[in-house]
Write a protein that binds this ligand. Structure first.
Ligand code: CTP
Length: 422
């Protein structure tokens, strides 16, 4: 259970903050809410007060009947300044939705309302979930404000693409789903107690990650795909950004929250992934090839939807795709580090991984037994063996973010000239 202070700024997405409060209280967190004046035009304080069981503050001039106490806490005897008391008692300050104006104020340290004053006074982790119109989101001023906040240690839950508040508008800028904001908040709270990543020589390093699984069309609506969710690749990208690297991700059909520090290139098929990787590879120092790339694709995909009527069965002829990683490795330049991933099942996994390492000309290969329950494909945990020319290191079952940490530590050791132990 944590004490969460939620700042709600003005915007249509303010209604989703109600769902966030509901999920957070359901998860056992104590929530108090601060609303800006504009936010109250979209959702009334009575709704938040009803869900949190606590007064909602809307101005720094207002008397706080709870004197900064969270639900379940004893009221202090004295009357503290509300913006100081609220954040002093909070384990995390979440601003959701953060509109473009609030984002700009947070980035530049303005304190002209209770939400922004509280942010300035906060020493707890700050989690920001922006929501705005696509053009406002893409504006260099907004992007620079975001970068500033991230550099200062704020966690940003990136908005998603889709239909926006204004009728007929579509694009980037939808508030992330409340469940995703809550998940990020949980990770931020867990991180608050942990030591930060080991600083490494990643500043200025360009890292290319492939993530997800390719889809090869059979007809206009069907495809041949695989169960890769992209979690491992995205965890690697975030871990590399944590170390200060410049990170690009070629994402094959990944429906996961995105990190505002990372550049994403979306692809669907193995051929599209190949084109994107060819364009990005020459400029990268480290390649982490986590995507599950199809080895075969339907040779003649139908333009229309195939009909069932009159067919006793359906045989789809498949043709091989290019081995993207092997092709990139063949054109590698000095100083580049290449890490492949081998999804294996059963005995002989490490030997098979080593064979791929040699055949494809890699520096390391992460061997992943995808047959285990709750690990590998579409799972949040993994258990892998890191294989290099000199040895192998087993990483027991752990969260994918911890596996990512171990993989980057190996890359760091290899780039520093050390080898892994047997
Ligand atoms: N890979 C690739 N292009 C392909 C297939 C795989 O770039 N067409 C990459 C994967 O991203 C991974 C590595 O090669 O990093 C190993 O993938 P894997 O599927 O385990 O190896 P394959 O060579 O396809 O062997 P097999 O599927 O027969 O085990």
């Amino acid at each position: 259970m944590a004490r969460i202070l939620l700042g709600v700024s003005g915007g249509i997405a303010a209604y989703k903050a109600l769902e966030l409060v509901r999920l957070a209280t359901q998860a056992g967190h104590a929530v108090r809410v601060v609303q800006t004046e504009a936010a109250q035009r979209f959702v009334g304080p009575a709704s938040f007060a009803g869900l949190t069981g606590a007064p909602v503050l809307t101005s720094e001039w207002e008397h706080d009947p709870a004197r900064g106490a969270f639900p379940g806490q004893a009221l202090p005897e004295h009357e503290p300044l509300s913006h100081l008391a609220l954040v002093a008692h909070a384990d995390a300050y979440v601003v959701a939705p953060a509109g473009a104006n609030t984002l700009a104020k947070l980035a530049h340290g303005l304190a002209d309302n209770l939400l922004t004053s509280a942010a300035l006074a906060a020493t707890c982790p700050l989690v920001i979930a922006p929501a705005m119109n696509t053009h406002m989101w893409e504006h260099p001023a907004t992007q620079a404000n975001l970068a500033l906040l991230i550099r200062r240690g704020a966690t940003v839950v990136a908005p998603t693409q889709g239909a926006l508040g204004s009728k007929g508008e579509w694009g980037m800028g939808r508030l992330a789903e409340p469940a995703v904001i809550l998940e990020t908040l949980a990770a931020t709270l867990a991180d608050a107690g942990r030591p930060g990543p080991t600083p490494g020589p990643w500043e200025g390093l360009r890292v290319l990650v492939t993530a997800g699984g390719t889809r090869e069309p059979i007809d206009a609506v069907r495809f041949v795909g695989n169960r890769s969710s992209g979690r491992m690749g995205f965890a690697l990208a975030e871990a590399a950004a944590d170390r200060g690297a410049q990170v690009s991700v070629v994402a094959a059909n990944v429906a996961l929250p995105r990190d505002a520090r990372v550049r994403y290139l979306d692809v669907e098929t193995a051929a599209e992934l190949q084109v994107a990787c060819r364009a990005e590879f020459a400029g990268c120092d480290v390649l982490l090839m986590a995507a599950a790339v199809a080895d075969f694709r339907p040779a003649t995909p139908a333009d229309d939807k195939l009909k069932k009527l009159g067919r006793a069965n359906l045989v789809v002829a498949m043709e091989p795709t290019a081995d993207v990683l092997a092709e990139l490795a063949a054109s590698r330049a000095a100083g580049q580090t290449l890490v492949g991933f081998a999804a294996e099942t059963g005995a002989g996994a490490v030997a098979s991984g080593r064979e791929k390492l040699e055949r494809k000309g890699l520096d390391a290969i992460v061997v992943n037994d995808v047959a285990g329950d709750g690990i590998g494909f579409d799972a949040s945990e993994n258990e892998v063996t890191l294989v290099t020319a000199d040895g192998a290191e087993h990483i027991g079952r752990s969260a994918k973010r911890d596996v990512a940490f171990a993989i980057l530590s190996l890359v760091e050791r290899m780039r520093n000239g050390a080898t892994v132990r047997d």
